[in-house]
Write a protein that binds this ligand. Structure first.
Ligand code: GLU
Length: 424
């Protein structure tokens, strides 16, 4: 069997990290050589130039990507990131993780991710609308409810999803809400989608604490990242009785051993835009936050923040990966060797978001809408089953939890590809 001839197109630390995870999982389940490379590498990528008229009359051209990693198990699914650090390699890694995530939790989707190199905070609302619409316009032909379905990710939100859905719908000539999920409720969004990722993280944290026989009311929580995922996780865990002792955003963090009033922090951000100078506790850096003594550490910002340098010094009992790819391969090895930290891997931990995206898409296709209670009950049911399957795989093969989750996700995609055969 000849190896893939691989270009350097995606080459980057984060893509290599996702590939390394794949290789370890493929080795662990003896994935036949014949199926490996075509399960591992992205199916296709689209790179687009996005000219945007600025408020001052000038034009700026932004660069954007959509990587469709796997379309063998269903339409590809995944968010769109607006961030100045976006690279094609990062989007490819994130698309790969979407494939394993959807497969692990049993959604009839492949995996994709999109990204635009932009700091959305530097755009006015009008400029942001132009950029969002232009991105969707450039991808028409490659996306659709049966082809590739977008959603929010870092730097994008419900309003951006509404503009993208509207652009696509104007193109096809009728309303097509199922092309994008994470929309506002008024344009076909689902009850519970906004809080789904954080609610899912909190639900799983609760279940793992139960396994550890730690009452949630005695748990302390440090959360890096206070965007949609971090803030909803904080709200849900504090509603469950946990004490949130630290939160942060890109401007830095707040530490208060007595507990942070999460609602107050959110109200402050509404008005100040950032967490900086919020008076709910003392200042900590993002790096210091990771090293705080706590029961649960939730990295809910960007990739590769838990590294070989800080992994030996972590002082938590549980890591709940709200972000995608927050832990490097080297850090994984260190955490596993330490043996004193339970790691809930990203593709399980933050899967609540895409699970409720799936519900939103189903409701859009059927034009039949569910109550919030129905959504959350169905979400919890899927998370319970996914957790159970990961724990079973972990015990059966004596794998670490990440390897257990990856082997399940990857194994199912590979099996579908093998059964379908190679076209032509
Ligand atoms: N961007 C989110 C993720 O990484 C949500 C994806 C979706 O809902 O399609 O899982």
């Amino acid at each position: 069997m000849s190896k893939a001839v691989v270009s350097t197109l995606y080459d980057s630390d984060v893509f290599r990290m996702a590939c390394r995870q794949f290789d370890q999982a493929a080795d662990a389940i003896n994935l036949p050589e014949e199926i490996r490379d075509r399960t591992k590498y992205p199916r296709r990528c689209i790179a687009v130039s996005l000219p945007v008229r600025r408020d001052n009359g000038s034009v700026t051209v932004f660069e954007g990507y959509r990587v469709q990693h796997n379309i063998s198990t269903g339409p590809s699914k995944g968010g769109i990131r607006f961030h100045e650090g976006v690279t094609l390699g990062e989007v490819a890694a994130l698309a790969m993780w979407m494939s394993w995530k959807c497969s692990l939790v049993g959604l009839p989707y492949g995996g994709a991710k999109g990204g635009v190199i932009v700091n959305p905070r530097e755009l006015s609302p009008t400029e942001l609308e132009h950029l969002s619409r232009r991105y969707m316009q450039e991808l028409i032909g490659f996306v659709g409810p049966q082809l590739d379905i977008a959603a929010p990710d870092v730097g994008t939100n419900e309003q951006i999803m509404a503009w993208m859905m509207d652009t696509y719908s104007n193109h096809v000539g009728y309303i097509s809400p199922g092309v994008v999920t994470g929309k506002p409720i008024s344009v076909g969004g689902s009850q519970g989608r906004r809080e789904a990722t954080g609610a899912g993280v909190a639900y799983l944290v609760g279940k793992y604490l139960e396994d550890l026989r730690i009452p949630v009311s005695q748990a302390t929580v440090a959360i890096q990242g206070f965007g949609n995922v971090g803030s909803e996780t904080a709200l849900a865990l504090s509603a469950m009785g946990a004490r949130i002792i630290a939160i942060s955003d890109y401007t830095g963090g707040i530490h208060n051993p007595a507990g942070i009033d999460v609602k107050k922090a959110l109200a402050y951000i509404q008005y100040a835009g950032v967490l900086k100078d919020f008076d709910g506790g003392g200042a900590v850096t993002n790096e210091e936050l990771l090293l705080l003594e706590c029961t649960v550490l939730v990295p809910a910002a960007l990739e590769r923040v838990i590294t070989k340098d800080n992994a030996p010094r972590l002082r938590c009992r549980v890591i709940a990966e709200g972000a995608n790819g927050p832990t490097t391969n080297e850090a994984d090895r260190i955490i596993e060797a330490r043996g004193d930290i339970e790691l809930i891997p990203d593709i399980l931990c933050n899967s609540g978001g895409v699970i409720v995206s799936y519900f939103e898409w189903l409701q859009n296709l059927q034009s039949f809408y569910w109550s919030r209670d129905e959504v959350l009950a169905k979400l919890n049911g899927i998370l319970d089953r996914a957790k159970e399957s990961v724990e079973y795989q972990k015990r059966k093969f004596k794998f670490g939890r990440r390897l257990a989750a990856l082997t399940l996700g990857i194994g199912r995609v590979a099996e579908t590809k093998q059964k379908r055969g190679l076209f032509p």
